[in-house]
Design a protein around this ligand. Structure first.
Ligand code: ARG
Ligand code: ZN
Length: 849
């Protein structure tokens, strides 16, 4: 059955549920195409409700029978669920439904992946399993009995019984249905245990398909570190006898925090040095922490409705960022977080999909699991912490856990905790949740009679449906340096609250050099007329590592935008500063590697567009290539020595130190390839004994146009490892010359190993094409046509992934008239697809505007 015609849901329409659930008992009789689900649910009227209408969500279910207090009833079935006359008193509802896991290619609800049963219920997948009030403010304890012939059958909570062909699980903690999970299959576990701060022993299990058990050691260690960290930093203890993670090959996102039974995309948990890159290891550690941290921020305290999504996601992303900063290098992880924020969230915020951290309406909630809700939401929380200070932050979090444990909450509940802790009025700060768009800060300065004055103007641009924005409360961390590079005023947080505001620093001997927005203290775009000399000075001397990196990046952007627009740029100061940094023995390799990395082509396109140009993707690509060539030539004396210093004798470890060295080695290899045509890359590739160097050198070989044999060998060696094969698909497209990217993607979409039903594989090809801007935006429109054709083809199979892929087009308004017209045509073609899902329909409509 197709969805009912798409409806817009509004935050303002929230009403409490008519009935609450006291407890739930589910029995699953598993069969691939005809699973029976028998539910027994005790409902009680909600004293706070405004109506007594009984409605249960349900989609794609076949109702076999239903009873109320044992008496058969005939509910009225609609496309969205069912209604039924019920007593105005507590009652027991029982129903039996049939569902088809094997036919479920949308990977939402109960589905099959490689012969294994698994579930994904967030946000609204539980309604595809049985009739239920599928909304997060209805919380209940669940008991689940699973009947089937799978050797391993799991659900949330603690095991409470098993026998031949059945297993029973009981989760005592009341939870919303979106946290329900079930897994059944022929699985193997890595087993371990953890003793909590109060001395309770928790069994840990990391489950995989047979054959993958060699890739679970790192994930298990990451889990134990996360459990310890949440105790030490937030006093949060785990609350069941067992914690389980299951790796699933077909999964729409990274992972899911189901209570006591996290389900992970294999790509977000399985790792080994031979098959995973340093970046993979780092991401896995962060995602395991993220899902584990949800046990408190998300599960024990959940969301009242989906407009509160950032309550759990913004906070949990912030917590996983803190964890990564503690486990690795704080400076490097902050830089990486900001690069990701700019690459994904600023892009979103500056286009037709811009939306609030707390939206006021949506059609399909799955379309709002976005960089804005997640990453900007985390930045908002980071600012809150900076504003109240570390001590009040910790006191407020204690109060939050204390006051709201077991509840379904709102973002306003969260802010109230901070108001009550600090006595501060946060109404202006709350605008960060309600005003979409990236604020622009413009800074000017002045020095007279020992007083240095910074004047800061703020302005937030219009976004779809939102104009005339109010000034926000923006924490701007500032430090001042003297011309020798000494810090004369240490970091101070200026609280900008007005459209224009000045801040004075007195008693200075000479005009200082300002280091603005240290640590990227607010998610804004800051501009100030700054000379190349000053940027080079900050790159050499800033005591704030983020701003040191930022100065280099700003310089590189100046160079690239000047090249594209045919102006003279600061190549010389940039290259000299880079050389000085690479020679600096005090700077660590990870930092040097980040500084060596050029700003992305998409970033340059947005910058040019903001400055009033319509960016030409080919020229941007040429400028980036030219600058790389110049850097290679300019740095050629330093490179060989520095590269040699990056040799690692110790056995492979995916830690911060070794990863930093490998990142720098590969950054240098990329430059060397410009000089030797790939000779050294070939040598590195031939002996690489870890995936980081193997894949990195392969990328260089592709760019040098001499990868044919290496690619064939790589495929032959890894054809049975899906996660490595994904990399094989991706790297060929990402590193393709712009003129070849589309035809390579097209050819790979016909490869026997391509399978659009697997989200990782689909993204490995089409996500990769979108990451090659000059290729995707080919002037003949071939990239647009190929992308649109595959989105339309995927939509009936997996609407969530299809809808997500439409964001490849979200920047379309930047480009010239011909490209705009072709993109519009491509989007309109998707929109016309018969039976298009509401997921993709909503996205295309919003992108077209
Ligand atoms: N809550 C999960 C996480 O952040 C992600 C769920 C995404 N769900 C979705 N329908 N897109 O870890
Ligand atoms: Zn999350």
């Amino acid at each position: 059955m197709k969805d009912a015609s798409p409806q817009t849901i509004f935050l303002a329409d929230y009403t409490p549920p008519a009935y609450l659930v006291e407890d739930v008992h589910l029995t699953f009789r598993l069969a691939p195409s005809a699973t029976r689900v028998i539910s027994r649910i005790r409902f009680v009227p909600n004293p706070d409700a405004k109506s007594r209408d009984f409605f249960l969500h349900g989609q794609e279910l076949t109702l076999i029978r239903a009873t109320i207090d044992g008496a058969e009833v005939t509910p009225e079935i609609t496309e969205a669920g069912l209604t039924c006359a019920v007593p105005d008193a507590p009652f027991t509802w029982e129903a039996e439904v049939e569902i088809d896991p094997a036919g479920n290619t949308a990977l939402e609800g109960l589905y099959m992946s490689n012969g294994m049963y698994c579930t994904q219920c967030e946000a609204e997948g539980f309604r595809k399993i049985t009739y239920y009030p599928d909304r997060p403010d209805v919380m209940a304890p669940f008991t689940v009995r699973i009947e089937g012939d799978a050797p391993v059958m799991l659900s949330n909570g603690n095991p409470t019984g098993e026998g031949r062909g059945w297993a029973e699980w009981t989760d005592p903690w009341p939870k919303p249905a979106y946290l329900f999970a079930l897994v059944a299959g022929d699985l193997v576990a890595r087993e371990d245990s953890f003793v909590t701060m109060s001395g309770k022993e928790v069994a840990l299990r990391l489950w995989t398909r047979r054959g993958d058990e060699g890739k679970t050691a790192f994930g298990m260690e990451a889990l134990k570190k996360s459990m310890r960290w949440d105790e030490e930093v937030y006093g949060r203890e785990y609350d069941l006898d067992i914690f389980q993670i299951v790796a699933v090959s077909d999964f729409n996102m990274g992972a899911m925090e189901n209570k006591g039974l996290n389900i992970f995309n294999t790509s977000a948990v399985l790792a080994s040095p031979e098959t995973s890159t340093d970046a993979n290891f780092e991401r896995i550690e962060a995602i395991i922490a993220h899902e584990y941290f949800h046990n408190w921020t998300g599960n024990r305290i959940t969301c009242r409705d989906w407009f509160q999504l950032s309550l759990k996601e913004g906070l949990t992303v912030f917590r996983d960022q803190q964890f990564t900063a503690d486990m690795r290098s704080a400076a490097v992880s902050r830089i990486e977080d900001v690069m990701a924020l700019r690459g994904r969230q600023f892009r979103e915020d500056n286009g037709p999909l811009a939306h609030q951290v707390q939206p006021d309406s949506f059609v399909e909630i799955n379309n709002f699991y976005t960089a804005t809700v997640y990453e900007k939401g985390a930045e908002v929380i980071r600012m809150l912490k900076a504003l109240v200070g570390d001590d009040d932050w910790r006191r407020a979090l204690d109060l939050y856990f204390d006051r709201h444990d077991g509840q379904a909450c709102t973002i306003d509940d969260w802010l109230k905790v901070f108001e009550d802790t600090t006595g501060r009025d946060l109404s202006q700060f709350r605008l960060w949740y309600k005003q979409a768009g990236t604020p622009r800060l413009t800074v000017t300065d002045d020095f007279a009679e020992g007083t240095y004055t910074l004047t800061i103007k703020q302005q937030t641009p219009d976004t779809p449906g939102q104009t005339d924005k109010k000034p926000m409360l923006i924490p701007v961390a500032v430090g001042l340096l003297n011309p020798n590079g000494d810090e004369v005023v240490p970091t101070r947080v200026l609280e900008v609250t007005e459209a224009e505001q000045s801040f004075a620093f007195e008693g200075l001997a000479a005009k200082p050099i300002p280091s603005l927005l240290r640590g990227f203290s607010a998610p804004v775009i800051l501009t100030r007329d700054t000379s190349a000399e000053e940027r080079a000075f900050l790159l050499a001397h800033d005591t704030d590592p983020f701003n040191r990196w930022e100065a280099g990046r700003a310089l590189a952007k100046d160079v690239l935008t000047a090249k594209v627009t045919g102006r003279d740029g600061p190549e010389r100061p940039y290259l000299d500063a880079l050389a000085a940094l690479l020679r600096d023995e005090g700077a660590d390799p990870a930092f040097k590697a980040l500084a060596l990395r050029q700003p992305g082509e998409d970033d340059i396109a947005q910058t040019l567009f903001d400055a009033g140009h319509s960016p030409d993707p080919d020229r941007i690509h040429d400028a980036a290539e030219t600058l790389k060539q110049q850097a290679a030539e300019h740095l050629q004396d330093i490179i060989p020595r520095l590269a040699a210093e990056m040799t690692i004798d110790a056995p492979y470890a995916p830690d911060a130190e070794q990863s930093g060295k490998r990142a720098l080695r590969l950054g240098l290899l990329d430059l060397t390839t410009r000089l030797d045509g790939g000779a050294e890359a070939e040598a590195v590739h031939a002996v690489a004994d870890n995936m980081t160097l193997s894949l990195g050198s392969l990328g260089c070989l592709i760019e040098a146009g001499r990868a044919e044999a290496a690619l064939a060998a790589f495929h032959a060696r890894w054809q049975d490892d899906a996660l490595v094969l994904d990399k094989w698909f991706t790297t060929q497209i990402v590193h393709a010359a712009p003129g070849d990217a589309v035809s390579i993607a097209e050819r790979l979409s016909r490869h026997p190993d391509f399978n659009m039903k697997n989200p990782n594989r689909f993204r490995a090809v089409f996500g990769a094409l979108a990451m090659n801007p000059a290729g995707f935006h080919a002037a003949d429109g071939s990239g647009y046509r190929l992308m649109a054709e595959w989105i339309a083809r995927l939509d009936p199979v997996n609407p969530q992934i299809a809808a997500r892929m439409t964001t490849a087009f979200e920047t379309w308004r930047r480009y010239d008239g011909d490209r705009k017209q072709m993109i519009r045509g491509a989007l309109e073609g998707i929109a016309r697809t018969p039976g298009l899902s509401s997921d993709s329909g909503e996205m295309v409509a919003r992108i077209l505007g």
